[in-house]
Write a protein that binds this ligand. Structure first.
Ligand SMILES: O=P(O)(O)OC[C@H]1O[C@](O)(CO)[C@@H](O)[C@@H]1O
Length: 557
């Protein structure tokens, strides 16, 4: 195993400390002093235009960050990832989500296995199935075409598909709708199926491991609902054969554990596989994206994958000074480790990206929320960021106050597209233009603020001048694209995947395991008997938990 370099002992880290101590943030002054600042810090990455100029950085800081990347060998680890080396050390696995978007004629053999051929074999099956559902060739047990696809999954088997489905709604085929059941709260399943016709509904049970309690419980509840409703309609009887025939037309699975899929009662012919080298939170471009492929069609899904691949190629081949995921990852390190930033806002000015922050929460926080390095030694600096956000302009009327005038530094990524799916006029006003005026205004206000003199010049009474001053120097990155196409959505996801990777390497952590989720899962199974009345199991719990369970049982009608 390669020992992680301790970033905090590198020369570059020491240089960054000196630079931070000497830096007086002054975005106004920096832009005035250098008329080329915006141009020099703006980069094109596939269809994305990324403006880093409103960050608290200068040439020396960028150079030191790039040296830090060299000194911790980001490039070496990146190449190891792309080559299929087992960089997920604690699970002894390759990390090859980038292989999921390799074109058919690419070559990648890992442990003697032609990975590209495997990936395209599954993609071909997904595309054929998607075409059958979309054309109506695939019918339910009573011969009706499918109108609703219900994905049952959680974490990476839910957040990616739902985010991308919502982002690409304008590309969805008319007459087809997707829904997503994830929470084990029975309300989720009950609400999502309440108005559905089982004869026109297709369930996709998506679980990498096919052991996840939430997903298997929801899948069983959905199966019960489905069979009960069809029995009531006289479509199935209570023979196994009749039920199996109905399930075969209405339940398919996505998993790496195809044996368990069969145990659940889903025909293995209707299962779409992937591989242990795809992390759950990196899997939306695998068969986990099946609902998206059905909704937008194979051509749309191909564009989606091409978007990822374009960013992969940039990340793999671009020089460090122009490598956008590398620079963005390093700038995040700058804020976390040198400014003590705890959180990072993602603010899409695109309503269709309303689930993007939720998606990024799993991607970034499950990846980099770690306190040991990949060799088991403690981390030597803070790691991870709390990712959060809401679409603009809704966020402006909720939490932007704290970003503008609070005491915490919150780096924010602003995302917008030039061409909306719904160009709409309000009288003579282009509403999307008005929307984007807010996007431009917010990053400017955050960067440049408003001085006391400017506030006074507006005639503000002296006693409320301080309350109306904006300090400015609040860092933002602006990301723009021509339109929210399937390719652009793929590009955005790949961009953040690689940003997350870069941060993980600097911190020396394994960004691809998630052991921290395990304890809660195990404890839930231990406590469940107590919840159901097992006195011995209850007595094994701590006093607080015992009291809470008793209260629950006393109040549960
Ligand atoms: O796809 P599975 O195996 O059901 O797992 C769902 C999710 O559970 C986790 O293992 C833990 O939250 C995630 O990493 C994963 O995306």
């Amino acid at each position: 195993m390669i020992t992680p370099v301790d970033a905090t002992t590198t020369e570059a880290w020491a240089d960054l400390k000196v630079l931070k101590d000497a830096l007086v943030p002054d975005l106004r002054g920096w832009f005035e002093a250098d008329p080329h600042r915006a141009e020099e810090l703006t980069f094109d990455l596939a269809d994305l235009r990324v403006d880093l100029s409103k960050n608290l950085i200068n040439e020396d800081i960028v150079a030191a960050l790039v040296r830090l990347a060299e000194q911790v060998d980001v490039a070496g680890r990146r190449d190891a990832m792309f080559a299929g080396e087992r960089i997920n050390v604690t699970e002894n696995r390759s990390v090859l989500h980038t292989a999921l978007r390799l074109p058919r004629d690419a070559e990648l053999t890992v442990d003697g296995q032609d990975v590209v051929a495997d990936v395209h074999e599954v993609l071909d099956r997904m595309y054929a199935f998607a075409d059958q559902v979309r054309s109506g060739e695939w019918t339910g047990v009573t011969g009706k075409r499918i109108e609703t696809v219900v994905n049952i999954g959680i974490g990476g088997s839910d957040l990616g598909p739902v985010m991308v489905y919502e982002a690409l709604l304008p590309y969805k085929q008319d007459g087809l709708e997707c829904r997503f059941i994830s929470n084990i709260d029975p309300a989720d399943c009950a609400e999502k199926v309440a108005d559905l016709d089982p004869e026109t509904t297709l369930f996709i049970v998506a679980s990498k491991t096919f052991t996840t309690l939430e997903t298997l419980t929801n899948a069983r509840m959905a199966r019960d609902w489905f069979l009960t409703r069809l029995a009531e309609a006289g479509v199935v009887d209570d023979t196994d054969e009749s039920r199996r025939a109905a399930i075969a037309k209405h339940f398919v699975a996505v998993s790496t554990a195809l044996d368990k899929v069969a145990d659940f009662g889903i025909d293995p012919a209707n299962a779409f596989g992937f591989w242990d080298w795809v992390g759950g939170r990196y899997s939306v471009d695998s068969a986990v994206g099946l609902p998206v492929a059905i909704a937008i069609g194979p051509d749309g899904f191909r564009d989606f994958l091409a978007g990822f691949h374009a960013v992969d190629t940039h990340f793999r081949t671009e020089t460090p000074e122009r490598n956008v995921p590398l620079l963005m990852g390093l700038i995040n390190v700058w804020y976390v480790n040198f400014y003590g930033a705890h959180s990072h806002a993602v603010l899409p000015y695109a309503q269709y990206l309303h689930r993007f922050a939720a998606y990024l929460q799993q991607l970034t926080m499950e990846s980099n929320g770690k306190s040991v390095r990949w060799d088991g030694t403690p981390v030597t600096s803070d790691t991870g960021e709390i990712f959060w956000g809401e679409p603009g302009t809704n966020g402006q009327h909720a939490f932007y106050q704290l970003i503008h005038q609070g005491t915490r530094l919150i780096p924010a990524d602003f995302i917008a597209v030039a061409n909306p799916a719904h160009p709409t006029l309000d009288g003579d006003t282009d509403v999307h233009g008005l929307f984007l005026a807010n996007f431009f205004a917010q990053t400017a206000a955050l960067a440049f603020g408003k001085t006391a003199d400017e506030v006074r010049a507006e005639g503000t009474p002296e006693e409320i001048v301080p309350a109306r001053v904006f300090a400015g120097n609040k860092p933002t990155t602006s990301i723009m694209a021509p339109a929210l196409t399937p390719s652009v959505v793929g590009q955005l996801i790949a961009l953040y995947e690689h940003i997350t990777f870069v941060q993980g390497i600097v911190w020396g952590i394994d960004s691809f395991d998630q052991w921290g989720v395990e304890l809660g899962k195990k404890l839930a199974l231990d406590i469940a008997p107590a919840v159901f009345g097992d006195a011995a199991a209850l007595s094994r719990q701590d006093p607080s938990t015992q009291a809470l369970v008793r209260w629950y049982r006393d109040n549960r009608v």
